[in-house]
Ligand binder design. Structure first.
Ligand code: NAD
Ligand code: ZN
Length: 699
């Protein structure tokens, strides 16, 4: 505790006192919302930051500290509607560190013969008192001395023993964490919103809210679990170490964590912290950090505790993955297939390594399920590289100006009335597939990509420019675009230089000439016309027809006409093309404007059939070949085409069904796998012989 008689340099100024009061009040209010109502108004990150600020302020000016300070007490200050229960031994909080350096500092200050490292489960602490081998009282932590009696509720939690076996201590206080498994969390919130109630910000608050129920039946309906992480008063047993106590508790039937470890050095502690930082989402429950404890109980006693936390333990907190931010608006996006998806536009906020200002809301039902209103403060979650998600609104912060999102009835891109593709679909779509600028832009972008026709000068902005200028009603007009057309856009033009203005031969319009991008687009389009058939097929944006299916269709049928004429059965029998793709191809050609695109492209000179080289021998009929690593005489695609055009199958992965594995330079795991399976392995020269003469060439 701070010594209040200690002289400070100068008296505390009113400004400092005001700053202290402001912070302390903010934290006290946050605690009431968090511990009292299980509905936090601040994010944990903001709470922890404010707590740090207050601690720093008090450290610099010790006379500011009063017994009222939130830094001096454990959690919840007020006792609620539950019956109060006095703990036999105090339940404390934990001090925090937020970096490896701070953890090193603590380890240096706290030498020990060994450390116990445990996951810091994100739930709420519970004290279970057993008298004569029976569960007598279960209480929350409360203010550390007095908690809330939640015995009937705790009795419903699976895994908590009601009776202990013979030989267990006559008095035993067991401490542990009650938590809400992540798997059930989303469903709980969905149900709460449907019932017109406020959803929980995270599984921790859900655990606390579920346990602190007046009606134990409600608790029983929630999938709560408990894991042991400490002991209080004990009579009738002696433990030497905390880990030893866990062993004994396990023997008496308590759920203990399989993940905790006893380690000897600070380096091992850091290693444990780092490993679980990488794997923190592989668990069935959330963790917000790691707890490091001195394992020896005599050493623990010597170190003692402050009014708030033991000196023999520390919590290392991982960076927050949840923040609060303002939901400014909900807008909708129209995707490549016309699907209309709402997304939240938020005040930009930094979380898990990047600034986030948008998050998808998937569909109108999702918005309803989450119960978010435009203008709400929302909990935003971003776990590592996972896409950010709006978890829940902070209902307590509403001021009445929030408004519900209304799904538009008409496409924001083209004005067409929206509707589900078929009855009962959750998603609604813009049915104007042909000309809706949003959909067409996505298709243009796709057909120009490197995996299709590779039209570099037609990027996102280029596609938008062509559509804004109404130069295309669909992709059919792409290959007949002229310099005159491009001259009507800003994107593909630039201001003419004086010499160009004077030169009659330079095409221009309103003082502008083609920019490099415009020249390039025309060259790219010309080159694209000669691309092989499979790339043209990919460019048609037929659902499910990507490079693999397109290659196979091209190899099997040789021309767009042959594919159009093929029966469902014939299509489906092509290598790697099943019923779904066959249906999709058939269905695509049934649409008039699709057929018109093919006709327009053919008319413009786009290749519609591969040249069938009769001289290519079908040397690989029925054989599966995998090429891995790089070859001198073949590109990746070239090697595949060489195999397919000879009737073989070019597979991407090695299995026992592979007939030959060709290994080039820098081959990786596939080469090792081939050896392991004892498959025939060829070098590039062997591959060339195989292509020319088939298996006979290898003898
Ligand atoms: N958002 C808010 O407004 C708000 C308000 C109050 C508190 N909080 C959150 O709660 C924290 C403070 O709460 P606190 O005092 O409970 O401290 P804490 O949660 O940081 O640490 C102490 C608690 O950790 C738990 N714990 C989990 N695993 C454990 C293990 N293996 N060994 C020991 N203990 C383990 C215990 O319940 C213990 O009481 C803040 O840092 C903040 O994250 C948030
Ligand atoms: Zn539209």
């Amino acid at each position: 505790m701070t010594d209040h008689t200690e002289a400070e340099s100068g008296v505390t100024s009113p400004e400092l006192r005001r700053a202290w009061t402001e912070l302390n009040t903010r934290l006290t209010e946050a605690q009431e919302a968090y511990y009292g109502a299980d509905q936090p108004t601040l994010s944990d990150a903001d709470y922890d930051a404010a707590m740090r600020e207050l601690e720093d302020l008090e450290a610099a000016h010790p006379s500011l500290v009063t017994p009222d300070s939130v830094t001096q007490r454990v959690g919840q200050a007020r006792i609620t509607e539950f019956k109060p229960v006095e703990h036999r031994r105090r339940m404390l909080s934990l001090d925090n560190v937020f970096s490896a350096e701070e953890l090193d500092g603590w380890l240096a200050r706290t030498p020990a013969s060994s450390y116990l490292v445990e996951l810091k489960i994100d739930g709420l602490a519970i004290n279970l008192l057993y008298l004569g081998g029976r569960l007598a009282v279960a209480a929350t932590r409360g203010d550390g001395r007095v908690g809330e009696d939640v015995t009937p509720n705790v009795a419903t939690i699976a895994g908590i023993p009601h009776r202990l076996p013979a030989g267990a201590p006559s008095v035993l206080e067991v401490r542990g964490e009650v938590f809400f498994p992540v798997a059930g969390f989303e469903k709980l919130n969905e149900d709460l919103v449907e019932a017109g109630r406020a959803p929980f910000a995270n599984p921790r608050n859900a655990a606390a809210g579920s346990l602190r129920q007046k009606n134990p039946e409600v608790t029983a309906s929630r999938p709560l679990r408990m894991l042991v992480h400490g002991i209080g008063a004990v009579e009738g047993a002696e433990f030497e170490t905390q880990s030893g106590a866990y062993e004994a508790l396990k023997g008496w039937g308590f759920p203990t964590a399989e993940t905790c470890r006893v380690v000897g050095t600070g380096a091992e502690v850091q290693e444990f912290v780092a490993w679980h930082g990488e794997h923190r989402h592989d668990l069935s429950h959330e963790i917000d950090g790691i707890v490091v404890k001195v394992d020896d109980l005599a050493e623990q006693d010597r170190l003692g505790a402050t009014s708030r936390a033991p000196r023999w333990a520390i919590a290392y907190k991982y960076p927050p993955e949840e923040v609060n931010t303002k939901l400014l608006d909900i807008q909708v996006n129209v995707g490549r297939t016309g699907r209309v998806t709402p997304f939240g536009v938020m005040e930009p906020v930094f979380v898990s390594g990047s600034t986030v200002e948008m998050a998808t809301l998937h569909n109108a039902f999702e918005v309803e399920r989450k119960g978010v209103l435009i203008g709400d403060t929302v909990v935003l979650r971003k776990a590592g590289d996972v896409i950010p998600e709006i978890v829940a609104p902070v209902v307590a912060l509403r001021d009445g100006t929030e408004r519900a999102f209304v799904m538009p009835t008409h496409c924001p891109s083209c004005g067409t009335e929206l509707r589900p593709e078929k009855e009962g679909d959750k998603d609604i779509r813009c049915p104007n597939a042909r000309s809706c600028p949003s959909q067409l832009r996505e298709r243009l972008f796709g057909l120009a990509s490197r995996g299709a026709l590779d039209i570099e000068a037609l990027g996102w902005e280029g596609a938008a420019a062509l559509l804004d200028g109404r130069l295309l009603a669909d992709e059919g007009g792409l290959f007949t675009l002229t310099a005159a057309d491009l001259l009507t856009t800003d994107f593909y033009t630039r201001a003419a230089k004086p010499a160009e203005l004077a030169d009659e031969a330079t095409p221009k319009r309103d003082g502008r000439v083609l920019a490099a991008a415009g020249e390039k687009l025309l060259t790219n389009l010309e080159a694209a016309k000669a691309q092989p058939l499979w790339r043209v097929l990919v460019a048609l944006s037929i659902r499910h027809v990507g490079p693999t299916a397109a290659r196979s269709l091209a190899a099997r049928f040789g021309s767009v006409d042959a594919i159009r004429e093929a029966s469902l059965e014939q299509l489906a029998s092509a290598e790697g093309v099943g019923g779904v793709i066959a249906e999709s191809v058939k269905g695509w050609f049934d649409v008039d404007w699709h057929d018109a695109i093919v006709a327009a492209w053919a008319e413009a000179g786009v290749r519609m059939a591969d040249e069938v080289d009769e001289s290519t021998p079908r040397t690989l009929e029925g054989l599966t070949v995998v090429v891995t690593g790089s070859l001198d005489g073949f590109t990746r695609d070239g090697a595949k085409e060489a195999i397919i055009s000879r009737g073989g199958k070019a597979a991407g992965s090695v299995s026992k069904n592979t007939d030959y594995v060709v290994i080039g330079a820098n081959a990786g795991s596939k080469a090792a796998k081939a050896e392991q399976l004892g498959l025939p392995i060829l070098d590039e020269a062997g591959f060339v012989r195989l292509l020319a003469e088939g298996p006979a060439g290898l003898e």
